[in-house]
Design a protein around this ligand. Structure first.
Ligand code: RTP
Ligand code: MG
Length: 139
């Protein structure tokens, strides 16, 4: 249902450090249902398209390099008020500013390598989910 889904990626740093299980556990314990999920790796073209909104920013090259350096876990999550509640659960972009107990506070190393992505609007959640998953992969 529109408004009840968000899209997330557990970023390469979180996968490299072995945090997949702990992060998914916290996501489930916070009331999100997994609608779609896979381990995948973005190509440079994928990451440039996914983050096109940031292409003029000074960190764009670094961001694309980081997001393509290893596998990610991509997932679609369902919950009432999913987009906003998930961004609360992950915390501020910079882990130094993230609230205690949030996923970024616990698992992120820096503003660039910040463990997890969360969509910033219902519209982008739908676009980002469709970027990674075919309809038959959503449950
Ligand atoms: P995300 O899209 O990954 O959920 O993160 P966000 O909304 O909290 O932050 P956004 O402004 O959309 O930035 C996207 C990602 O770019 C990297 N970044 N690096 N070096 C820097 O100053 C910087 N700023 C942003 C982060 O990986 C951020 O999550
Ligand atoms: Mg963002």
């Amino acid at each position: 249902m529109a408004g009840n889904r968000t899209f997330t990626m557990l970023k390469p740093d979180a996968v490299e450090k072995g945090h997949i299980g702990a992060i998914l556990d916290q996501i489930n314990a916070s009331g999100f249902r997994i609608v779609a999920m896979k381990l995948t790796q973005m190509t440079t073209a994928d990451a440039e398209t996914f983050y096109a909104v940031h292409k003029e920013r000074p960190f764009f090259g670094e961001l694309v390099e980081f997001m393509t350096r290893g596998p990610i876990v991509a997932a679609i999550l369902e919950k009432e008020n999913a987009v906003e509640d998930f961004r609360t659960l992950i915390g501020a972009t910079n882990p130094e500013d993230a609230a205690e107990g949030t996923i970024r506070k616990k698992y992120a190393a820096s503003v660039g390598e910040n463990a997890v992505h969360g969509s910033d609007s219902d519209e982008n959640a739908a676009i980002e989910g469709a970027f990674h998953f075919a309809g038959r992969e959503m449950f």
